[in-house]
Design a binder for this molecule. Sequence first.
Ligand code: NAG
Ligand code: NAG
Length: 457
Amino acid sequence: MLSLLPVWMALSALTVCGSETEVFAPRRILRNNLQGKEINIITGHFIPAISILRNSSGHVIGYSDFLYHQLEYLAQRLKFTYKISIIRENTNGVKRNGSWNGLIGTLLREEADLALAPFAVSLERYEAIEFCGSITGDSTGILVKYPEPIVSSTSAIEVFSIGVWIGWIISAAAVVGISIILTCISKKLRIEDRKRGVADHKTFAWYLYGVLISQGSYLPSSPSPQKLLAATWCIVAFVFVNIYNSTLTSYMSVSYQRPLINSFSDLAASSTFKATVLTGSIQDIDLLRSSTAVLKTIADKIQKCSSDCRRFNQTEMFALVLGEEPYVSIVPRTVGIAALRKNNLEREKCRLAMAHETMSWKPMFMAVPKTSPYIEEINRESLWFIDTALFDYWHAQYLKRPLHCRLNYNTKGVSTKTFKNRVILKQFYLPFLILFCGYLLAFLQFLRERLGFMFKF
Ligand SMILES: *[C@@H]1O[C@H](CO)[C@@H](O)[C@H](O)[C@H]1NC(C)=O
Ligand SMILES: *[C@@H]1O[C@H](CO)[C@@H](O)[C@H](O)[C@H]1NC(C)=O
């Protein structure tokens, strides 16, 4: 008997959702308790899983989205009919003073047989209800305002890192320095014929400069060490200038996008931004139970602004993010995507985006009361719904971020895209600054020469 203990433990571990499986008979008994019954279903407006359709005067005229399709499938397969009612407070349920409200509360009072809404798994919820009928899962993300594209006005410099620029200046100075030394040595030793002359360091520096801006320049006859030096410089300058030119073209046509709040730590660190959650959602529960410092800070902020930040209505949450005040929403990823679909309409300005960071993927189910006799059937047929690819057929579209207004983040959470607009004056801020400096220097030099000339007379 003792040797059977591990087997027994393994079997009991397998009976997660089905309360009916007998321990020593692992083959499940197929029930059909639902056949011919009319069951009570409670639901709410939880896009994108289920939406309540209303006409212009606010009367409910129907339901849509994948959970509703799943219900229709179950009803056909298990031959039951149903009556749907709508929850007054649009929430999965909040536990206050030991009692639940919302959908979970309705199930606990056994006023409904099935809650038609997505429930992410949590221990607290599991103590109250039974998860039933898999609908895969989702992770948590942050819905934010669409970031404005930034075009760098210093792009002409940013082509190379600071290190490259410093290295380049040092090497130029070194070349000039060496040429001066060479000139001095050759003058002193009078190695070269006087008539052939020696390019003095000023001429040489101008020559180097001419090569660098690819304008070519004339180097008067000079001794071979200087020639060698000049030739080496030419090769390096050629490579440098060409790399610069080709990179600059692509650099100036790219813009950068990064939401102000791009991660949970950004949100915790921000003193201005407020975060909203759907009351009783898994995000709400997760934040309250979280142990990391970042999430605790966010939870504290949400607690402080209370009814302002804990909402019962997703549409209100989206409206806050779209509004003037600095708000973001902590929502399941598919909910965020649904918001993007609804608000980033083609031909209009992009308005919403999802932040780079997502966290805590959780499996999701529908919910039934603990004592429900329908658990086995709903589980079985929901698995068939997935197996026959009907679930994918209805659900896949909710997982895809729409192409329009999509931010393709790199690993640093920055999205870049080719800049389609015309190049604007702002981008030339730095080159123009350099140009004016050049004018000024030339003018000063002119004055110096003029004055010097006048004083001689
Ligand atoms: C909305 O639906 C209700 C119930 O079906 C109906 O009485 C009402 O006239 C409808 N309103 C409009 C504007 O269609
Ligand atoms: C919970 O209980 C406390 C004291 O028993 C009471 O003051 C508070 O209003 C209750 N909260 C709710 C939401 O019922």
